[in-house]
Structure formats: structure tokens, C-alpha cells
Design a binder for this molecule. Sequence first.
Ligand code: NAD
Length: 482
Amino acid sequence: MTKRYGNLINGEWVDGESFNMNVNPSDTRDIIGEYARASTAEAEAAVTAARAAFSAWSVSTPLMRHDILMRASKEISSRAEELGHLLSREEGKTLPEGIGEVGRAAQVIAFMAGEALRISGERLAGLVPGSDAEVTREPVGIVGVITPWNFPIAIPAWKIGAALAYGNCVVFKPAELVPGSAWELVSILHRAGLPAGVLNLVMGSGRQIGAVFTSHPEIDAVTFTGSVPTGRSIAKACVSGATMKRMQLEMGGKNPLVILDDADLDVAVECAVNGAFYSAGQRCTASSRFVVMDSIHDRFVQAVDRRLRTLRIGHALEKDTDIGPVVDQRQLDIDMQYIQVGKQEGAVVHSGGERLDLSTPGFYLQPTLFTGVQSSMRIAREEIFGPVAAVIRVRDYDEALVVANDTNFGLSSGICTTSLKCATHFKRHSQAGIVKVNQSTSGLDFHLPFGGRKSSSYGPREQGRYAAEFYTIVKTSYTSAG
Ligand code: NAD
């Protein structure tokens, strides 16, 4: 009998009316567990519980919030191997990637524990004689948290950790495909000492529970990470109800990695292969466009191809696996459709491009490198979200910059070069939220702000001390001695 997991509402674990099967994408015969699907009424009850808990939690001492978050962080890091195993089993990233992500969740929660102690404001002289002014930060209120499947514990941790540190209450809806890691995170935070109602878990349908988050008058803010179409629909709903909600939307990318002809080729290949194909290309910061100068193009493509041939695609939990499966049949179908679209558009599959049938039934795909790509092609413009990258050939740095910025997205970008002049110019003129020089476009530090431009992001940055911009609201008070 598969184990069943309930939702957390007002400090109680409750079963739903129905359950979702959590299936291992490396081996679809392996069912990880059954996870409750919350009804609309249960999601509403969670919001009510959060509101009831808010009056005490919002004025709790920073030390209380710090200590609870630190206890949770320590448990997460002490269980990193076990939780990493679960994460890799349900999402399909390799075991080192899964354990690494769990470590990141522990670090980000510890960082946010410290932020609880550092909430600060300003005191200024008022303009009227005898008047003082204070600028203080207060928690926003009840935050609806909606997360995607590709970082099953890190993204929930950096949103929930920040929300709690600043004194907000949370109603959390994880992605349907990866409820296991989310459930463990909530269970750890709950046992670390959160009062009932401060953190609630409502697993299930995005459309159904999302509608509660965007329409319920007691929800003050919604933080979302996911695709652009979902983000757009959340944005519309957040402003059309009786109470307009604060929102933070982190969405897709079509991130360029520019390779100039003075680049160290080994560095460029490592950045390209790591950024585009690890985690099966399923990272919002993945490099999906290689913008390569003509004079290094052939050497770069051959070197990437050689490196790809050394990678082992396989079961996420097997020791020698470099790249696991993609997350499910739907994502595999999307990837295969885009490979077809690329061929029809006239691009050439230089490496990979085929589904793999391995010893376990899973969603395996060869890392795929397209050459002969034009910036106008769909495979260069639309987010595929799989291990598929497109090489666009350019004459020089100036053309590379134009092509790199020729996108509706703007999350991360990178350049491989030994020219200080070009690196400095690119950092200033790349239209992305995050710019990397001689580094993979993926892989970011938890103490720094994270977010993009154009369609990739809407609202304040996440992470680091910049998280305060979303999770707190500024109050200006004036005082006269009377
Ligand atoms: P998705 O948009 O399909 O789903 C994200 C979440 O939204 C899920 O929990 C889903 O259940 C929920 N949802 C779906 N419909 C909803 C609705 N109508 N109202 C409210 N919630 C709804 O995205 P996904 O497939 O889970 O994730 C992949 C996407 O996430 C990619 O586009 C990727 O680039 C993006 N992503 C962005 C970042 C970032 O920080 N910018 C990080 C990771 C992933």
C-alpha cells in the first residue's frame, strides 16, 4: 500500500477527498506516494487559519522567528542525503544535484533566519518644526506561495523562509509533480515550532487553488514562480478583485551565452554544457542560446559535441548518471515537438535529438544541440525547458550583443571572453536581471538578489536582503512632541 500524505491546515494534517500519485520520472513503475488534493473549501480554510494566526505571529519577536528557522535549517541539512534522494526520485535531477539543492534550501533558510534579526528602518527629521519621521517595515500579511516543479525544495524554501522571517503567514501550493519535497519542508518547519496556522500546505490543482489565492480578500500578496502564461493569468486576477494584491512573478527564460573568439575554449565548453544540459536543461536560468563568433564557431561546436558524448544519461539515482530524465511525458512531448519544429525551420541537429529507451521506463532524451539557427526561429525565441540548445553564428561582439538581447525574456545571460572591455560592456548592456562572465548562466548565490527583466519577471526581486521589498510593507509615521 502506497503511503498517503495530507495537507497542513491550521496546524493539523488533513486528508483530501482525492490524492495525486507522485511518479518517479526515471522509472514510472515506482510510485513515491499519494498526496492529498485540497478542495477549494480547504484552501479557503487555510487562508482563514493564516489570518487568525497573523495577529500574534506578525508581532512575534525576531528571535523567536530566527530560532524556528534555524532549527528547520539544521534539520534540513542533517537530512540532506535522504531529502536529496526523495527530490531526485520525484523530479529526476541527479542525486548530487538533488542533495545540492537540499543544501541550498538549508542555507537560504538560515540566511533568512538572520534577516529576521536585521529588519530595520530609518528615522528622519520632519519638515514641520518639532516633527520627527520614522520609516518602518511591517509584514505584508497573508502570502500565497505558488511554486514550479523544477526546484522542488529550494524555491519553496527561499519564498517561505523569507515570508516567515519578516512575520508573514503563508498558504503554500507546490507543483503537482513534486509534492514530496514540499511536504517534507512544511513538516520540518511545522515541527520546528511554528504556531498553528502560520504555515499551511494545500497541495493540488494550480487553477483551482490559484483562484483562491488571487480572489480571496484575506490574501494580501502572491509570490509565484512558473511559466509566463500562468504568471500572466495570475497577474490579471490579482488586480481585478476587490482587494488588489501585491505580486511577485518569476517566470521563464531564453538565456543567451555569448562565446567570443578570445574565450578560453575549455571554459566556454564547460559553461555551455553545464548551463544548457545539466538538470536536463530544466532550469529557468539554463543557457538555451549559444551566440558564437564565426571565427570560433566550428571549434566550439565540435568541442561541445565531444563533451556531450562523454555524458551518461540515465536513472537519476544511479551513481554514474550525469543527466537524468525530463520530468514527465508532457515535457518530453514538448521537447520532441520543438526538435521537430527546429528541423522544419531549417536548423540542423548536430548532436542528440533522440528519445532514449533505457532499462527502466522513464522520460529520457539525448542532450540536443542545434546549429544553423537564426534568431527569428521559434527554437531561438520560445522557452523549451528541456536539454535542447541552439547555436546562433554571429560576425563580431556587436552583433552578438544585439542577438543576445533579441528576446522577450531577460532572466540571465553570460559571456565567455578574456577581453575586459567586452565583458564590461556586456555587463552594462545585456538586458537581463543576472549577467555572468566566464560562468554558467545557471547557478546563483542565495545571498544576492534574483530576478529578471521583460517577460521573465514582474515585481520585486527574490532572495538576499532584497527579499524585504516584497515581504514587507513600508510605513511612514510622523510624531510631534505634543
Ligand atoms: P507552471 O506555470 O505550469 O506552474 C507553476 C505553478 O503554478 C504550479 O504550482 C502550478 O500548479 C501553478 N498553476 C498552474 N496554473 C495556475 C493558475 N491558473 N493559477 C495559479 N497557479 C497555477 O510552470 P511549471 O511547468 O511548474 O514550471 C516551469 C516554468 O517555471 C518554466 O517556465 C520556468 O522557466 C519557470 N521557472 C522560473 C524560475 C524563475 O525564478 N524565474 C525558476 C524556476 C522555474
